[in-house]
Design a protein around this ligand. Sequence first.
Ligand code: NAP
Length: 327
Amino acid sequence: MANQSVPLGHDVAAMNASGWSVVQAAARSAEQLADTNQPAFFALGVDGELRTVPSGDAHALVAWRPGAGWEAVLPEDDPRRAFIDLYLPICSATTARPLTIGHLGESLDGFIATHAGESRWVTGEQNMLHMHRLRALSDAVVVGAGTIAADDPQLTTRLVPGPNPLRVVLDPGRRLGAAHRVFTDDAAETLYVCARSLTRAGERYVGRATIVGVDERGDGIDAADVMRLLRARGCTRVFVEGGGVTVSMFLEAKLLDRLHLAIAPLFIGDGRPAIRIQPRVALGNCPRPHYRVFRMGGDVLFDCDFSSRDEAAGEQSDAQSAVTRVI
Ligand SMILES: NC(=O)c1ccc[n+]([C@@H]2O[C@H](COP(=O)([O-])OP(=O)(O)OC[C@H]3O[C@@H](n4cnc5c(N)ncnc54)[C@H](OP(=O)(O)O)[C@@H]3O)[C@@H](O)[C@H]2O)c1
């Protein structure tokens, strides 16, 4: 497939803002469209919501396909196409077909932070905006205790228009103090997940965050228990934002439908690793997901698709065309 790039002189910010309106409207409409079970084509109305147009209409931007979800139908040379295309798989998630997506920004040698925990900034500004968009499209954002300890993040969508997700902190060993921002601010609701044995009878909160005790399995908690908890709370789209230990745990448990890996052009040498899964002895046994490739500022984003679960051992999935696009 041909490479696609943003035409010179195009206002990237305005283009992305317009694309983001389409993406948000698509995400809001998915549940209702899944119920109707009818294919339909849509343009963007002046009110920022999608409006139905006839098949083949020149203003059509996206189409809903029953059973498959959203598809971009705007012209290949429309500068918003790559942007919209990137987010549509997330917008297609519904209660009946929920989605869990992970993301990591890593160096060329596979690290997400230095040994000291410094990770600002491995990837660039465009990737930071992308993470805020992933938060805005998600019902819940999940991070590990190591990320809270190192970064004290707010986990909000303050860089883009869109709602804040439920914040979920995984701290099996209950090592975090209560002063972190996710426990003290009122920007969004926070769940603090730790081993049940470390909670006291009647204890409900750490700061403003609600404590949830889960059963201990092996030497920690089970990612599947966390997912059951979140789905039971109505979280259709779940974003696992980091760090490497946490994203790897969800990947190893086959709970990720997609994984975004943003590769930044720097070498860290050693530090906090990105993905670590059980080593395979033979290359033929290594997972080879379907993938798409996007340029994102100075970084390159791999959008790995695990949803079909058909990354059969030894099958080379790169018979598909890698699509390189500029955002
Ligand atoms: N580039 C990116 O995309 C990105 C994204 C997120 C975070 N980060 C960076 O990644 C690093 C964190 O990732 P990670 O893989 O190490 O961990 P993580 O996945 O965020 O959290 C899980 C780990 O945190 C440990 N932990 C728990 N409490 C801690 C505490 N108080 N202090 C330090 N560690 C604690 C846990 O150890 P126990 O099981 O022993 O309790 C567990 O091993 C940070 O440096 C963060 O800045 C980068």
